[in-house]
Design a protein around this ligand. Structure first.
Ligand code: C2E
Ligand code: CA
Ligand code: CA
Ligand code: CA
Length: 278
């Protein structure tokens, strides 16, 4: 099936006159890519802001495509989500990321490191999600409190009532929950106060503007205050400069993630303190 898939791809280079056919070929290839081990997970550190150490990493999927090179998620995640392939993809990423946390533990590089994994709207709606998460943790022997599931505000608000039930079940496992891309969706405070979440991840669009735009800065400040008033950890994503880091420090944001600290990298390139000169 794979040879056939690759062969068919040659006839449909990206940008060919038939995007629907391209998409079908992409999906067929993605299904076999999961089985054939072509997916990779890159890890981006999250830094504890006052201390500056790596407090955790976010697992971000990549696809080592046989002919197109290393593909970023924006070229296949939406198709995976719409087709349902995200179930298998998500299960693979979860297993790989949890396994990596256990390997890092064994190597002693970062005791207590938090492993953050993205969960899409479709995964959240999957009735098997909670059992799968419990099973992956149990088989790997990772304490649930070391796993953070990042769920976008938009995914949570797609069906907030059933999201609430699923979040409660995940919370009962001991897993931590983060609202991803916070500020870009339409969550109401009514739901936000009911969702049993632990972290707000402030969307990078606001962080990007915070040193030049008073509005963005006010939004980031409000998100940090809201998180703290609700007893949640505030995490800023997309930090690209020392100025942004300093502004976040001044706002008492708890954690930060972004190219300023590190791009997402393969597991053996994560800049843990032990591997970085002081
Ligand atoms: P996200 O969850 O918001 O992940 C953060 C994205 O921002 C990552 O893009 C990361 O590389 C990028 N980023 C980090 N720091 C910076 C920065 O300083 N500047 C800029 N401009 N970008 C930065 P990436 O890896 O391309 O992932 C894109 C999206 O794909 C993710 O957004 C997430 O929604 C989705 N995704 C990635 N991996 C998975 C996965 O395993 N499962 C699911 N369901 N979705 C995933
Ligand atoms: Ca995320
Ligand atoms: Ca995000
Ligand atoms: Ca995002």
């Amino acid at each position: 099936a794979k040879a056939q898939g690759s062969g068919r791809w040659e006839a449909h280079v990206p940008g060919s006159p038939d995007p629907a056919a391209d998409r079908l070929v992409l999906l067929e290839q993605l299904r076999s890519a999961i089985r054939d081990g072509e997916l990779r997970v890159h890890y981006q550190p999250r830094m504890a802001l006052p201390g500056g150490g790596v407090s955790g990493v976010e697992a971000l999927v990549r696809w080592q495509h046989p002919t197109r090179g290393l593909l970023q998620p924006d070229s296949f995640i939406d198709a995976a989500e719409e087709s349902g392939v995200i179930r298998d993809l998500g299960a693979w990423v979860l297993t790989e990321a949890v396994g990596q946390a256990v390997r890092w533990d064994a190597a002693g590089v970062a005791p207590g490191l938090q492993m953050a994994v993205n969960v899409s709207a479709r995964q959240l709606a999957d009735t098997g999600l909670v059992a799968r998460v419990a099973g992956v943790l149990a088989r790997a022997g990772l304490p649930a409190s070391r796993l953070v599931l990042e769920i976008t505000e938009t995914a949570l608000m797609h069906d907030p009532e059933s999201a609430l039930t699923t979040l409660q079940a995940l919370r009962s496992l001991g897993v931590l929950l983060a609202v991803d891309d916070f500020g870009t969706g339409y969550s109401s405070f009514t739901y936000l106060k009911q969702f049993p979440v632990d972290e707000l991840k402030i969307d990078r669009s606001f962080v990007a503007g915070m040193t030049t735009d008073a509005g963005d800065r006010a939004i980031v400040a409000s998100c940090v205050h809201l998180a703290h008033a609700m007893g949640l950890v505030a995490v800023a994503e997309g930090v690209e400069s020392a100025d942004e880091r300093d502004a976040l420090l001044a706002l008492r944001c708890d954690q930060a993630q972004g190219y300023f600290f590190s791009r997402p990298v393969p597991a053996d390139e994560v800049p843990f303190p032990a591997t970085v000169p002081a």
